[in-house]
Design a protein around this ligand. Structure first.
Ligand code: A3P
Length: 290
């Protein structure tokens, strides 16, 4: 595996294997019944995927076990490792309704998703925890660009120089469009605080109706502990040459506030001052930016 360099697509840095296949992604046509799960990387994508899959299968974990999360919910823009088929090709082989995962900022989502009024669920996570999680992921995922030292990584995050671009633009882009495009916008911290409430919100948004008992089962099956041990959800099928588990596992910690273990007080102050500037035009109710 080689670490892919970043190439800008319409000003957003994407891994070169995505940038080189951009036309096939941009012209992808989903079915109106398809569900889009959009996130900035490491905001809780896999967690949301598990919840949605279980909701669609009435909490039947066996029914979800036909394939791991990554297969039953293909990653729209993936084209790696080179030997596997692309996300677009995989989707074309599946019958709708499909769950489609993307990290693309809203302006790069293929326009047919909006033309077809596909349901879209966006998960956002507070900036500092999202950054910490992305740092570890860039250390362990051998296809992502080199993260370099922690201090420099914080600056790269602030400048939007990571794969899929600026966290600030990402969370703001979906936030400002959410009413117009009927996007369900949820927060990682709310899922941690009250998973049942957030699962019920997703259920209602998808026009599904499952019993209280099934909701309880989904809460249990999608706890961090259970997902960490579930080979269908924890990406343990990915070769270690690709996801280096000696650095950390994909299901790393799953907590709110882990940033306090990584940012120095000076880094935190500098980050907060920049955050105020970058977020001054919106009022997104992130919690725990202590
Ligand atoms: P950490 O690195 O902070 O542990 P994504 O799926 O978007 O790549 O996000 C991965 C992050 O979500 C990781 O964060 C992972 O541990 C966390 N995560 C995954 N499933 C979770 C769950 N059921 N509960 C809490 N956190 C979860």
């Amino acid at each position: 595996i080689t670490r892919f360099p970043l190439i800008p697509v319409k000003g957003v840095p994407l891994r070169n294997n995505i940038a080189e296949n951009w036309d096939s992604i941009w012209t992808f046509r989903p079915d109106p019944s398809d569900i889009l799960i959009a996130t900035y990387p490491k905001a809780g994508t896999t967690w949301a995927q598990e919840i949605i899959d279980l909701l669609l299968h009435n909490g039947d974990a066996e029914a979800c076990k036909r394939a791991p999360t990554a297969v039953r919910s293909p990653f729209l823009e993936t084209c790696s490792p080179p030997a596997t088929i692309s996300g677009v090709e995989r989707l074309k082989k599946m019958d709708p309704p499909r769950m489609i995962k993307t990290h693309l900022p809203i302006q790069l989502v293929p326009p047919a998703f909006w033309e077809n009024k596909c349901k879209t669920i966006y998960v956002a996570r507070n900036a500092k925890d999202n950054l910490v999680s992305y740092y570890y992921f860039d250390c362990m995922n051998q296809a992502q660009p080199e993260p370099g030292p922690w201090e420099g990584y914080v600056h790269k995050f602030m400048r939007g120089e990571l794969a899929w671009g600026s966290w600030y633009d990402h969370v703001k882009g979906y936030w400002t469009e959410k009413e117009k495009r009927n996007i369900l916008y949820i927060f990682y911290e709310d899922m941690k605080q009250n998973p049942r409430r957030e699962i019920e919100r997703i259920m209602r948004y998808l026009d599904l109706s499952v019993s209280d008992e099934v909701i309880s089962r989904i809460v249990e099956l999608t706890s961090f502990k259970n997902m960490k041990e579930n080979p269908m959800a924890n990406y343990s099928h990915v070769p270690t040459s690709f996801f280096d588990n000696s650095v950390c596992s994909f299901m790393r910690k799953g907590e709110v506030g882990d940033w306090t273990n990584h940012f120095t007080p000076e880094q935190s102050k500098m980050f907060d001052e920049d955050y105020e500037k970058q977020m001054k035009d919106v009022n997104i109710p992130f919690k725990t930016l202590i």
